[in-house]
Design a protein around this ligand. Structure first.
Ligand SMILES: C[S@@+](CC[C@H](N)C(=O)[O-])C[C@H]1O[C@@H](n2cnc3c(N)ncnc32)[C@H](O)[C@@H]1O
Length: 377
């Protein structure tokens, strides 16, 4: 591969980002004995994060999803935390208090030997997976943008070579899991765009908008509430991915979905069940809305089209409120409780857009849900 076609904009060191795995807060619903297991696992498996000898560099170009200077403004930071939880098998289920065995039980897990990042963009998510899952023998990266994938491949190769890793890297260009049909993996990670838009050719736009042709891949019965919710709450890309991933997941394998909680919490869990998976919440938190104007525009258009309201928040107001007893990224509460607590402060995309246009320096935020869809066929 020549470097000629990569418009190199900058190199970003992601060491600070990669550290977040060990800086998690405990869900406050965790029973005390499970809390001990959790802490013990954290202490045992993650002693002070071994500072790598040199920087962990990511090349960013016009075609890749930008890395933000503040750690918690990055989706990928939430992904690292999720990988770390999964690697330690410490996450809560729907009723964890009643069943302590669901915490810290390594026998439930088995080794995670293969991982696929669907829509990897710059490859930073895959590097985080390699940091968290120490048994990986195969790492797969895909993207619908061939330009982004080329950069991701280069970034991941540099990381693997620097560590003299013999983990096999497979890079496949394509829609959803279409490039993986000959493979089986233990974990899939996805953070696909929510907003439909036909034109995803231009660089970064592919990170925010998905191609309309996704809708044609999925058959929905709009007489059913769950199917209608998938469409009107813009969950189609996640649903299409979940359906596709079934063919490439090993039994007991799972998809980690990063989904903006701008939609009702129940719409996400129902979508995952409808796709034929068990739903588990890893954690939820609060994040800055990046790419503000185009995202708000996309959601405002959907509000008009489908007669729904998405949940955005004034970033300063909500982060100030959450900071009373939490630290960024505010993960102490389960997603449904977090949404309920913030309910009175939610504003629609249309209203947020109007505020933004009056004052473009104003910041907005949204809830983040890191969830796990477990294949149990
Ligand atoms: C929001 S970015 C996420 C980047 C990275 N995975 C992360 O979590 O930060 C979404 C990525 O998904 C890619 N993408 C969009 N639609 C896709 C599809 N249908 N199949 C595969 N990748 C897609 C985009 O090109 C973009 O790189």
């Amino acid at each position: 591969m020549t470097q000629r076609n990569i418009h190199k904009e900058k190199e970003t060191d992601i060491r600070e980002l990669l550290k977040v795995g060990i800086k998690r807060e405990l869900p406050n619903k965790t029973a005390e004995k499970d809390r001990q297991v959790f802490l013990k696992a954290g202490e045992t498996l993650n002693p002070d994060w071994p500072e790598p000898a040199g920087p962990i560099l990511i090349t960013e170009t016009d075609d890749t999803y930008p890395i933000q200077p503040n750690v918690w403004d990055n989706w990928v930071a939430f992904a690292y935390m999720a990988f770390d939880l999964l690697a330690n098998e410490i996450y809560w289920k729907d009723s964890p208090e009643d069943d302590p065995s669901t915490f810290g039980d390594a026998s439930q897990k088995g080794k995670i030997e293969s991982f696929a990042a669907i829509g990897t963009s710059n490859g930073a998510d895959a590097i985080g997976a390699l940091q968290a899952f120490h048994d990986l023998e195969q790492i797969v990266i895909t993207d619908i943008s061939s330009k982004a994938l080329r950069v991701a491949k280069q970034n991941l190769r540099r990381y693997l070579d620097a560590r003299e890793s013999d983990c096999e890297m497979i890079a496949r260009h394509g829609n959803l899991c279409s490039g993986l049909k000959d493979l089986k993996v233990d974990v899939v990670y996805e953070n696909l765009p929510n907003i439909p838009n036909g034109n995803t050719d231009q660089g970064y736009r592919a990170a925010t908008f998905h191609n309309k042709s996704l809708a044609r891949k999925v058959k929905l019965d709009e007489s059913k509430a769950v199917d209608r919710d998938i469409v009107k709450y813009l969950l189609l890309s996640h649903y299409a991915l979940l359906l596709d991933a079934k063919q490439v997941l090993n039994d007991g394998g799972s998809v980690i979905c990063a989904i903006g909680g701008r939609v009702p919490y129940g719409a996400i869990s129902e979508m995952i069940k409808k796709a034929g998976y068990e739903f588990e919440e890893l954690f939820s938190g609060f994040k800055l809305q990046t790419e503000t104007e185009e995202v708000l525009q996309g959601y405002a258009a959907a509000e008009q089209k489908y007669g729904v309201k998405f949940d955005f928040y004034d970033f300063k107001q909500v982060s100030g409120l959450l900071a009373i007893d939490m630290e960024p990224p505010y993960t102490k509460l389960p997603g449904d409780e977090l949404k309920k607590m913030l309910g009175p402060l939610a504003i629609s995309a249309e209203y947020a857009l109007r505020l933004y246009r009056k004052n473009p320096s104003r910041k907005f935020g949204h809830v983040v849900h890191m969830v796990r869809a477990v294949k149990r066929d």
